[in-house]
Design a binder for this molecule. Structure first.
Ligand code: DHB
Ligand code: MG
Length: 221
C-alpha cells in the first residue's frame, strides 16, 4: 500500500501544491545535511496547516518541534507580513539546519527559534505573553499531554491546536505497545476527552508519503 499512497500524494502535489523554491531548498538542504525526510510534514499536509491559518486570519503561531523548519516555513507562508511564529526545537543539531532553512527563506513574518525542552521554555515565557492564534504540536510524542495543557494555557477562545502523528500506523490501539511515545499519545487522547477548555476536537487518520498516521484538531472554547 505504501507505494500507492506515495504515488497518490505525488499526484495530489503535482496538481494542487505549487512548486516553491524556498520549500524545495529546505527539503534538499535537510537531506544534504543527512537528516531523514519522514520527520517533516508532507507538502499536502503543510498546505492544510497553511489553509487553517488563512481561514482563521491567525497572526501569532506557536510550533513545538521545529525539526528542520519545513513545517515552520509553511506556517510562515500563511501569515501576514507582521505575523509572528515562536518555534521550539529540542535538539541543537536540528536547530542548526532549521536556522539555515529559515534564513534562506527570507520571509517577512518574524520567526523566533528557541532551542531547548519545549515544556520548560513555555513555562518560562513572560506572564504577559499574548495568546497564540494557532498552535502546531509536533515535538516528542511522549510529552503530548503536557504540551496540550501548556498550549491550552497559551490559547484564547477560537485558538486552533493541531497535533501531528497521533495514530502512528495504528500503534496507539496495540495494547502490548508501551513505548513512551505511544503512551504519550494515548494520554493526549484521554486529556482531550471532555476537556473543560475545549469547544470541539477530532482526530483524522491519514495515509500518504509519510505512511499511516493522523492529525488531531482542537478548537479552544
Ligand atoms: C516522527 C516524528 C514526527 O513528528 C513525524 O511527523 C514522523 C515521525 C518520529 O519521531 O519518528
Ligand atoms: Mg510530525
Amino acid at each position: 500500500m505504501q507505494q500507492m499512497w506515495t504515488e497518490i500524494d505525488a499526484y495530489i502535489d503535482s496538481h494542487l501544491i505549487p512548486e516553491d523554491p524556498i520549500l524545495l531548498y529546505a527539503l534538499q538542504n535537510t537531506e544534504d545535511r543527512g537528516y531523514p525526510d519522514h520527520l517533516a510534514v508532507a507538502p499536502n499536509q503543510g498546505m492544510l496547516l497553511q489553509m487553517l491559518i488563512q481561514m482563521n486570519h491567525c497572526k501569532r503561531v506557536l510550533e513545538l518541534g521545529t525539526f528542520a523548519a519545513y513545517s515552520t516555513l509553511w506556517l510562515a507562508r500563511a501569515l501576514p507580513d507582521d505575523g509572528y511564529i515562536l518555534t521550539i526545537e529540542g535538539r541543537e543539531a536540528h536547530a542548526i539546519v532549521a536556522k539555515e532553512n529559515i534564513e534562506h527563506a527570507q520571509l517577512k513574518p518574524t520567526i523566533e527559534l528557541q532551542v531547548g525542552r519545549a515544556a520548560e521554555l513555555l513555562k518560562a515565557l513572560p506572564d504577559d505573553t499574548e495568546a497564540f492564534d494557532f498552535i502546531f504540536i509536533d515535538a516528542d510524542k511522549q510529552s503530548y499531554a503536557e504540551y496540550l495543557e501548556l498550549s491550552l494555557n497559551l490559547s484564547h477562545s477560537g485558538t486552533i491546536i493541531v497535533l501531528d502523528n497521533v495514530i502512528r500506523a495504528g500503534d496507539i490501539i496495540k495494547s502490548d505497545n508501551h513505548k513512551p511515545s505511544i503512551e504519550g499519545i494515548r494520554e493526549m487522547f484521554t486529556a482531550l476527552k471532555n476537556h473543560p477548555k475545549i469547544l470541539s476536537c477530532t482526530a483524522l487518520q491519514t495515509v500518504g508519503s509519510k505512511g499511516h498516521d493522523g492529525l488531531a484538531l482542537v478548537l479552544v472554547k
